[in-house]
Design a protein around this ligand. Sequence first.
Ligand SMILES: Nc1ncnc2c1ncn2[C@@H]1O[C@H](COP(=O)(O)OP(=O)(O)O)[C@@H](O)[C@H]1O
Ligand SMILES: [Mg+2]
Length: 229
Amino acid sequence: MTAAVSCRSVSRVFRRGSLPPVVALDSIDLDVQPGEFVAIEGPSGSGKTTLLGVLAGIERADTGRLTVLGHDMGRLSGAELARLRRVRMGLVFQSFGLVASLSAGENVALPLALDRRAATERRDRAEAALASVGLGGLYEARTDELSGGQRQRLGIARAIVAEPELVLADEPTGSLDNETAASILDLLAQRTAALSAGLILVTHDPSSAARADTRYRMRDGRLSRESDA
Ligand SMILES: Nc1ncnc2c1ncn2[C@@H]1O[C@H](COP(=O)(O)OP(=O)(O)O)[C@@H](O)[C@H]1O
Ligand SMILES: [Mg+2]
């Protein structure tokens, strides 16, 4: 079985002008198996978003070795990283990351459009993804007509529409009230489990993290495993 993620001694240092360098990732080791739900907790500024960015191939590691879904990320070109991300990963963001000029359904279909799927397939799969997150019939809705919880359901639908093998979620419930957050988290866990996809959830919320198979804590760029959840 190929691991979803194998991360060995990965570091990332930001250098800006004459400012002291910031070690955002300090020799990170992380393994995620297919279908595993991993939670990463840690204070603001500890490197969580940088880690997800490196795993997604949005940013590159400075040192170390990173394999994601069987690919040595250091060997892929920018275009290959973008394609891997689009076709085999799903990303969910705290601020939803929706495109206001597109309808709800068009937002969900976006990864398929970028992958040049036919219009009818895009529509059918987006409708199915919408239904699976409880937004059936809202294909034509404008995103600014939706509540925060509905927008994040849309974010999840977009993340899963291409049936990814790995889902990366960066504080996906950070902008939502507690009750909505709990239902969104349930949905995210349920939809990724339905795909047998790995899920890496970055969160501030211990009760969210408690649902994960494996819990890690991030502090000053270092990742440590917590006692098994
Ligand atoms: N593009 C960047 N340029 C310079 N410093 C950055 C950049 N991105 C993040 N950092 C710094 O790296 C550290 C980790 O940031 P981040 O990964 O966003 O943490 P978290 O998501 O845990 O809040 C912080 O000190 C942050 O200021
Ligand atoms: Mg962050």
